[in-house]
Design a protein around this ligand. Structure first.
Ligand SMILES: [Zn+2]
Length: 473
């Protein structure tokens, strides 16, 4: 045995339920969970033993939809109308991010995620292979690496009522990169290649069909932003005719099935959602992001009630703020309760399940991660039950561990993070990564990006320019 966490309170999510057990042991060999059960049934010794007393051990969290690249732009765009967010507030600054800035942004975003207990990231980026090589692989973090495929020729100030001009070559180059990634990592446990046609309004139908075909040949998932808002709907109508919708076009072309990971969907009608749920497609909701950018609660609880595979994601730092998945669990639960005007909506155990087993299922990884079960890869989080944001935890007449984790735990309570059997964070400190270095470099680069983008940002004239001039920012 390589590693054992002894005497711990376990939240397993075996069979989809938290099933809290006191006085348990999780044993790990060759990156795989080989024992989950009572302490006294554990035989032998492990090379490395972690005392889990006073701690809760649970499956690693899955951030099922995330763009860590723009993390240097945290705080750059929020509190503006949705129509201004990208083109006038974030875009003028984002144009000044170099590829190297995006790598450093990714490092910062991944650090933040790990600190909140994330062990798998559904990373979505153009040239995602570079983030795999420079961040995920060297740090030993699991990633569903999604290559963005976008063929829009020029995304500046396009008229939503005229079909966007497509540049076939840009789209095809991205598809080639996605193919190469899936060939390179076909046998990897830690890197799961995924195809990312950005959205139906940004990719020609033929290229989308080809992307699904390539993904099917390689048994990969296809991760798509679906029904993101009125602008997308207008664009789909302009291209495919009145009353056309993203869900309708996908369905008519045989692309609505288990391979699809549909993100957002807040602009899908209840009837369209019904067809999505029936198709077996997975759904990922990003409650903080969609609340911050659109002022809307995404239909997380809606899909959950229909037993669709549902995961949660943090999307990007600018707008919602960051990649803290514990905070996302709480946000998902509370927003679901308010939007349904129902305190029974998205209960604590379900919110926590979506952030673990749910996300794993949505990404097609539930056979290897998402619960504490013998045979699964060892992705674990150990949380300090004595942290002021978690304590007290009692076990009789019922356990308060799950509500305390889902509604209250701050990431400061995350003590140890294990990915594929390797300890990444121990006693709240990174084992192999110099966190200070990453933060210092991110700070330096962010100052440069904001300085270089200042004139463009001002000229774009978002509402934030006036707010800054008035002294609110
Ligand atoms: Zn996204």
């Amino acid at each position: 045995m390589d590693l054992a966490i002894r005497g711990t309170r376990m939240v397993t999510f075996r069979d989809g339920r938290p099933s809290v057990v006191q006085g348990g042991t999780v044993g790990v060999r060759d990156g795989r969970i080989t024992y989950v059960g009572p302490d006294d049934g554990f035989e032998g010794r492990a090379e490395r033993e972690i005392d889990g007393a006073g701690h809760v051990t649970m499956p690693g969290l899955v951030d099922a939809h995330v763009h860590t690249g723009p993390t240097l732009l945290r705080g750059a765009a929020q509190d503006v109308p949705e129509i201004e967010w990208m083109n006038r507030a974030l875009g003028p600054l984002a144009d000044h991010l170099t590829d190297d800035d995006r790598v450093v942004g990714a490092k910062l975003g991944v650090l933040e995620g790990i600190r909140s207990g994330v062990t798998t990231f559904g990373e979505y980026a153009s040239d995602v292979g570079r983030l795999v090589e420079e961040v995920y692989e060297p740090w030993g973090v699991r990633v569903a690496a999604t290559e963005t495929i976008n063929a829009v020729a020029d995304d500046a100030d396009l008229d939503p009522d005229v079909p966007y001009p497509f540049d076939e070559r840009t789209g095809r180059t991205a598809l080639d990169r996605a193919d190469a990634l899936s060939d390179d990592y076909a046998d990897s446990d830690l890197v799961i290649p995924t195809y990312g046609p950005q959205a139906l309004d940004m990719v020609p139908l033929e290229l989308l069909e080809e992307t699904f075909a390539h993904a099917a040949e390689r048994d990969c998932r296809v991760h798509v932003h679906v029904a993101q808002g009125r602008r997308e709907r207008r664009q789909i109508e302009a291209r495919y005719g009145d009353d056309a919708s993203t869900v309708g076009v996908l369905e008519d072309n045989g692309l609505l099935d288990e391979r699809l990971i549909a993100v957002h969907c807040h602009d899908a009608t209840p009837e369209e959602r019904e067809r999505l749920a029936e198709s077996g497609a997975a759904y990922v909701g990003c409650p903080s992001s969609i609340a911050a950018i659109d002022g809307v609660t995404p239909p997380v609880e809606w899909f959950r009630r229909r037993d669709a595979p549902v995961g949660l994601g943090t999307d990007q730092a600018p707008g919602p703020g960051g990649h803290d998945m514990l905070r996302e669990v709480r946000t998902a639960a509370l927003l679901s309760k308010t939007v349904h005007a129902d305190p029974t909506a998205l209960p604590a155990w379900e919110a926590l399940r979506l952030a673990t087993l749910g996300g794993a299922t949505a990404l097609g990884l539930d056979d290897r991660i998402g619960s504490l079960e013998v045979g699964k890869r060892a992705d674990l989080v150990v949380i300090d039950a004595a942290d002021p944001s978690v304590a007290p935890v009692v076990d009789e007449p019922f356990s308060t561990a799950v509500p305390n984790l889902a509604h209250s735990a701050s990431r400061a309570a995350v003590d140890t993070v294990v990915v594929d059997g390797d300890v990444v964070l121990r006693d709240g400190e990174f084992v192999d990564v110099d966190e200070r270095d990453v933060i210092d470099e991110a700070q330096e680069r962010a100052e440069r990006v904001f300085e270089e983008g200042a004139a463009d940002w001002r000229a774009a004239g978002s509402a934030l320019v006036d707010r800054a001039d008035e002294g609110w920012l």
